[in-house]
Design a protein around this ligand. Structure first.
Ligand code: CP
Length: 331
């Protein structure tokens, strides 16, 4: 495959950073954002936290959203819905399992569904899909902005935006941050999108901690190399925990075929528990995109360094900011 082809999806080749596809008003891929956008996003997300805490406003009065979810979701779907409502907009159509409860169950293609929904006049479509490249395909057929709410095992750009917003709020800076990304790295889309975004900043150091059967993909490591991000790989979180500002834990993606036991210490050590808390710096934080299964012990929740529920709340402010930036571009 030639180097500037990102990937092929249903016979269509997607070229790296095609501006028509990978730029506002679409949000498709974490690589599309530059530092100017990120700076503006942080400011608006901070403002949006104030708006959300004061109540609702009418900034997006008469604006409508479609939520087309072919995969399960709690946080992404609920926070986009809450963001739209808090800004005075409306949800025009929402399906939580489009594979079963839309005409996809009868064999309708994504591109046909997008073309039909656009005919009903939404202002934005939020799409989650199990296949890499689905957001690109939707954007090619849509007459309104597409927001990628997580596709395949490749991209979850709005999660990455809320994650680096959380790092900024909790740690105080992104340049120079030391982060451990832990768990099922070969199948996790959040760690991939976060690596892409962190590659935009200076002096970031990443420790990838995973069993050998689920190491970070070579494509991401090549990208980090091109962006001068230092990274190391290991199998034992206990060795890494004392040195990092952020532990970013992830669950095993069983729905994508991953299966390894965290109790099998011949594979390594990947659980955040009391032993890890005792090793961490006093001002470090623990993040997790959630949902959690067994990779963070419940006893960790009461430690002030456990930032994952605060992180989930930041998803609301981040998504309010993105909707404002997309739907009121001159505001
Ligand atoms: N973090 C995240 O994407 O969660 P949901 O799958 O619940 O949306």
């Amino acid at each position: 495959m030639c180097p500037n082809v990102l990937f092929q999806f249903k016979g269509v080749m997607f070229m790296e950073l095609d501006k028509c596809l990978y730029g506002l008003p679409n949000i498709i891929d974490a690589r599309q954002f530059d530092l100017e956008f990120l700076d503006r996003f942080f400011k608006i997300a901070t403002d949006m936290e104030g708006v959300a805490k004061q109540g609702n406003c009418d900034l997006l009065h008469r604006k409508t959203m479609v939520q087309l979810f072919y995969e399960e979701s709690t946080r992404t779907r609920a926070s986009f819905a809450a963001a739209m409502i808090k800004l005075g907009g409306q949800i025009m159509f929402a399906t939580e399992n489009a594979k079963l409860f839309s005409s996809a169950a009868k064999g309708e293609t994504l591109s046909d569904t997008i073309r039909v929904l656009c005919g009903y006049g939404p202002d934005v479509i939020v799409l989650r899909h199990n296949e890499d490249g689905a957001a690109e395909e939707a954007a090619m057929f849509s007459s309104v902005p597409i927001i990628n709410a997580g596709t395949g095992k490749n991209q979850h750009p709005t999660q990455a935006l809320l994650d680096i917003f959380t790092i900024l709020k909790e740690v105080g800076h992104i340049d120079g941050v030391k982060i451990a990304m832990v768990g099922d790295l070969s199948n996790g889309r959040t760690v991939r999108s976060n690596s892409y975004l962190l590659g935009k900043f200076k002096g970031v150091e990443i420790d990838f901690v995973s069993p050998k059967c689920s190491m970070m993909g070579n494509d991401v490591k090549e990208y980090l190399g091109r962006h001068c991000v230092k990274f190391q790989e290991s199998t034992d979180l206990r060795e890494v925990a004392p040195h990092v500002d952020v532990i970013y834990q992830t669950r095993t993606q069983k729905e994508r075929g991953s299966d390894f036991s965290r109790d099998d210490h011949s594979l390594g050590y990947f659980t955040v528990d009391k032993e890890i808390l005792d090793l961490m710096k006093k001002d470090a934080i623990i993040m997790h995109p959630l949902p959690r299964v067994d990779e963070i012990d419940k006893e960790v929740d009461s430690d002030p360094r456990a930032a994952y529920f605060r992180q989930a709340s930041n998803g609301l402010y981040a998504r309010m900011a993105l909707l404002k930036m997309i739907l009121t571009p001159r505001a």
